[in-house]
Write a protein of this length. Sequence first.
Lengths: 554, 438
Amino acid sequence: MRRPQDPDDPLTAIRWLRPKPPLSGAAKIPDSKVGQLLTLLDRSGVPQELEDLLKNRPGPKGIRPRVVLAGLLLAVYYTGRATVADAWRILHYGLEPRARTWLNIPDRPPAGPAARIASSKRLYRGLDTITTVLDPVRHDRRSRLPLRHADFHAAIWDSAEGREAAARIQHLTNRLVLATVHMAHQRGHLRGWRGDIGVDATDIRVSARDHSPRRGTASVEITAGWHAKGGTGEKVFGYSAALAIAAHHRDQGNETPKAYPQLCLGFELDTPGFRTGPNAITILTQLAQLGLPTGILAADRAYTGCSAPTFQTPARRLGYRLALDYKVKERGLQGSWQQAPLVDGSLLCPLTPAPLIHATTGADDNTVRAPGEQLREKIEAREPYHFKLKQGPDARGAIRVMCPASGPCPSVNCARHDRLHPQAHTTMPARVINLDTPHLRTTPAAARPTVHISDAERLAPPPADALPPACVGGSFTVPADSEAADWRLAKYRQDVHYLHTSWLNAYRPSAATTKGPTAASRAERSTSATPSTGPHTGKSPRHSSSPSCSPSPT
Amino acid sequence: MPHLPFACDCLRPQDCPGGGSEASHGGHVGPGASGQQVGDGLPVHAGCLREGPQADVPFGHDPGERGGDVLNGGGTGVGELAVGPGFRIAGKLARRRSPVHATDHADALLYVKIATNPFTGCLTSQWDWSVTLSSQVSARIRDYRPRLPRDRWAPVADQVRATVAAAAPVTCYEAGHLLHVVGRLAVWADSTGLPCDPGLWLRTETIDAFILIGLAGRKGSTRQTFRTWLRRTREALVWVQRGEAPPVRIAANRRPQPPYEQGELARLRGWVELLPGRARLDGLALMALTAGCGLTPGEVPAVRGSDLRVIAQGMVVLDAVWLERLVACRAPWEQTLAELAAAAGNGYLFRPGRKVEAAKNLVSSWPARHKPHAGLPSLAARRLRTTWIVDLLRQRIDPALVADAAGMTSAAALGPYFHWVPPLAPRQAAELLRGPRP
């Protein structure tokens, strides 16, 4: 009597290797959907690039990368899983005759177990061909490697050759995402989008276990690591995915933003804690090649923690204005430039009252998320003391700012400024302010806060060289790079005033729009780990689901 | 009790010999002591400024530091200044209060000493003022508690009390009003990040910004009043030029209450005549004093029967000392007012049953309790006074006389009332312009 698990039994072997055909008849996929996804794939240029890489490869051609990727895309779209078995099922049982001709799939499904196994193995080999050409160091992924072997492989990924291969994989992955952006841009869907972007690093959990030093075995995912979530402190073993999402900032006039698709504009998968800033910059650089507008870039504290040359400076040079958040110890006075204090990322007048400078010093996250009335008043009172933008960023990202008491619309009255920069005396009659007028057309000068200088300075004005250069010059350049400026200035400076209405209007919508796709991305990943029961019909394609079907650095 | 940075010991009533025992609201007015200057024509005694080196502690927290006329060292380093002889001047600071109350006085003492710098030869005069407030005003300042959250009021409370304690003797406003407005200014300045320094609060630009920004949403006239109080406080304390911004010019609409129509006033009087008992007398007193004499609502409760005199031909005049002006009642109200005065005797004319001299809403609560029947507007003291002013102006009485009788400082204050005065008929105007024939 044959045992069911007997490896010598050919039927058992077939069962083990089986690509199971759909039991109750496959649902037919309309040609339009296949054509849509194929168009997306072809426009991304990924199949063509893979063909170029495989050009000099010996042996029979086999299944081409275009067919493999199309099958995986369809599988992700209809089942939520990026498995070759699903792709095989869809390609051989789910397509209409016309779509089969597009992908060179036989008209009829494979008849009999042997034909099914053969066609399935061909598809597996097609995927293997892709991973072989992209993977700089192949290893057995069916079992956990000893730690020393895994370290060897991981070191190769960190070598120049490995980084080049990883960059190639990330580039190909991102091209799939950018294809949708390019198409949306061509069709005018991004007309209402003003270039604001929210960038966030989200965790991609893997089902493999962590490295085990006790057993001396590494994880199957040798380049995975622990992703620490900033908000909850929870740690997830897997990868970090940098996502750039189209966002918007609210205007002061409460105008509703124009409609635009909440597109994922870029995707980078990497080991957690490494290359956080450069990955975001890679996304933004590829995005800049599409000629899209650049607006406010809202990034959370993971990106504030990057060193300025890896994130802040290149982002400014790409034309983005930064909206950042800070950790508890980074709030308050952060540094100075031209003796103007850098407070919460903005340069303030050197004579700003100390309570306003230290309004957020030591404030914890809860206080900042829901500020009390007194903190809100101080934040509002700080606004007139900010140095004002005089000239936007140049090619190096440097801007020019000017004293808040100067210019045609000063926001403070300053006796020191009036002494150092005397204006021509005007004989305009003093304006009478009617207190019963509900809305004054222009704010009278008396309604502006006054910068109070010390009695000693008033009685014996010091020479100009004894005063802060920010006061003497009136306007000065603020470089974007840490070589020309203080590293704190390059790292912490942001272009909207922290916790002010402008910052809330820029940061909160971006954070909200970024959270949706990142959560969806996590959901896709968790769904793909557990088998889906049926096709996900009627849902729009999620661009953020591309990590499931994209080759990972491992 | 919160610590007052430069409050005097006599802010505590028990330290003040006459504190709290005076019946009037005035200060410590009594027989003068020899050798002291007499100011403002008033007999003076030292009040809290006790004589003798043992007890002479006009202010300060350490009695051992000060004694007699010997002055303590002032701001410069020891040894640099050779302190010369000093002198002192004691007197009373008079402050004009509201007409209801008598003129208030605060005891004042000035020490002056002259110091010489041995290196430069420059003379420095060191002034040391001490002003003692009456016990009532002191208690008002000590016990003041605004309707503000504690965490907002506590950081500025001491400095606000100190500011008002210093400014109250030399301003004509009540300490309660000054506490309110200086307190609001201080809390606003604190919220905008200014340090807790009265010198900064009382700068012109701070006051103007507070009026324009901090009081946004309040009535324009209220903001003007607050600004006036703050500017008087500033003038009382700041004697030096500090390079402040010129004060901003502000204006607010003045809309006095409109006068009653002639028919309305007669019907209201008829309604009051029919009220029962005390209500009738109070209503008539209110109408006679406002529509007949033009008193302000603040002056009405203070009128006693003895303040009114009936002279020849039934003319009733009101020439009480506290009123500081002469008012004659309009003829239609003469008889009523004379009868009310006779009935009141030495008591109050309006609501004599009250336990306090003056209370908030004392006048306005009467019309609130006595509503006329439908079709009649309710009584309002301001409208009755406006009716009196407009009636006089319509009869072409000299505006200067009207303003004087109304207690206004000049006839310019009558400007808003001319809105209700119709122009003269052309014939009448021509006759006036022509003048009498020679």
